[in-house]
Design a protein around this ligand. Structure first.
Ligand code: C2E
Ligand code: CA
Ligand code: CA
Ligand code: CA
Length: 279
């Protein structure tokens, strides 16, 4: 038994070692990816009830030299741990503002609002507001075109500081969406105090909308709450007409999901918007 225990221990060590090596490799590859410009923004359309484009969510993609893609679900968490999310986040912000700038000159695209995802670490860094201010200035962006998606966990942790930072950003014309809404703490106490513009209903509530009556009740409740707090509401992960209809019946009138468009490279996204028109 002693021997087996030792072997198990050795096996465990080996696995841990492999894990550490794999992570170190991924970290090194991420640094290279930044240098070699391997990150891309994909754009997923957000639509109104008539199916017209209101804007997009920018989602990062990592296109490796061999043509393979690494999912953000794989590398964003590690980037957050290692701090690489800071330069990556700066890249996303810069890229998004440059794109908004280009869209200003295109009548088909000039009304779009672009949302980017912001990590806790990025939001908490001291220069974050300055970075945003500079990016907006560099590209001469008007108020209201850049939206930041934040999660509940970012917001509740040190709420006074969060509110102060949000107010500074708000003064620059930034909009805020509360991402993955319903999966976190959702206390009405703080929800009321945060200068938000939008609640984004998490896709877990949308998924079973056709079959799960309680999800329909949840969506109605979130929508009612959003309305009384004077917030927009959008549902993500909308894949079917039935889900869309249930959402509409529950009062949710803005949608994002494969039913309307997958996250797309720029050229394809622009084609999609030209086809469906903008709101
Ligand atoms: P998220 O912000 O909740 O993004 C929504 C995810 O749902 C995206 O996954 C999107 O591709 C996917 N999705 C969209 N429509 C549908 C649908 O109809 N059905 C289903 N099943 N999924 C749908 P993605 O692109 O793999 O991104 C995963 C997560 O990675 C994001 O979750 C976000 O937390 C993070 N992420 C992505 N881009 C960035 C970024 O630029 N910065 C940061 N900090 N995080 C990012
Ligand atoms: Ca998001
Ligand atoms: Ca989300
Ligand atoms: Ca999510």
């Amino acid at each position: 038994a002693k021997k087996a225990g030792r072997n198990a221990m050795r096996f465990f060590d080996q696995q841990m070692q492999d894990n550490i090596t794999a992570r170190a490799q991924l970290e090194e590859q991420m640094c290279l990816a930044l240098e070699q410009d391997q990150f891309r923004l994909y754009y997923q359309v957000q639509v109104d009830r008539q199916g017209r484009a209101l804007g997009a969510e920018a989602l990062i993609r990592w296109e490796q030299a061999d043509g393979g893609f690494v999912s953000p679900a794989q590398f964003i968490p590690l980037a957050e741990e290692t701090g690489l999310i800071l330069p990556i986040g700066d890249w996303v912000l810069e890229q998004a503002c440059a794109q908004l700038h280009a869209w200003r000159r295109d009548p088909a695209m000039c009304e779009l609002v672009l949302a980017i995802n912001v990590s806790a670490r990025q939001f908490r860094q001291h220069q974050f507001v300055e970075h945003v201010r500079h990016a907006l200035q560099r590209y001469h962006l008007p108020p209201g075109v850049l939206k930041l998606e934040l999660t509940e966990s970012i917001l509740v942790d040190n709420i006074e500081e969060t509110i102060a930072t949000m107010k500074e950003l708000k003064a620059l014309g930034i909009k805020f969406s509360l991402d993955d809404f319903g999966t976190g703490y959702s206390s009405l106490q703080y929800l009321k105090r945060l200068p938000l513009d939008q609640l984004k209903i998490d896709q877990s509530f949308v998924r079973d909308l056709a079959t799960d009556g309680s999800d329909q009740a949840i969506v109605s409740t979130i929508t009612g709450m959003a309305t009384s707090l004077n917030l927009d509401v959008i549902a993500e992960g909308v894949e079917t007409q039935v889900q869309r209809q249930r959402l509409e019946a529950a009062g949710c009138l803005h949608y994002q999901g494969y039913l309307f468009g997958r996250p797309l490279p720029l050229a394809e996204f622009e084609q999609l918007v030209r086809r469906c028109g903008s709101a």
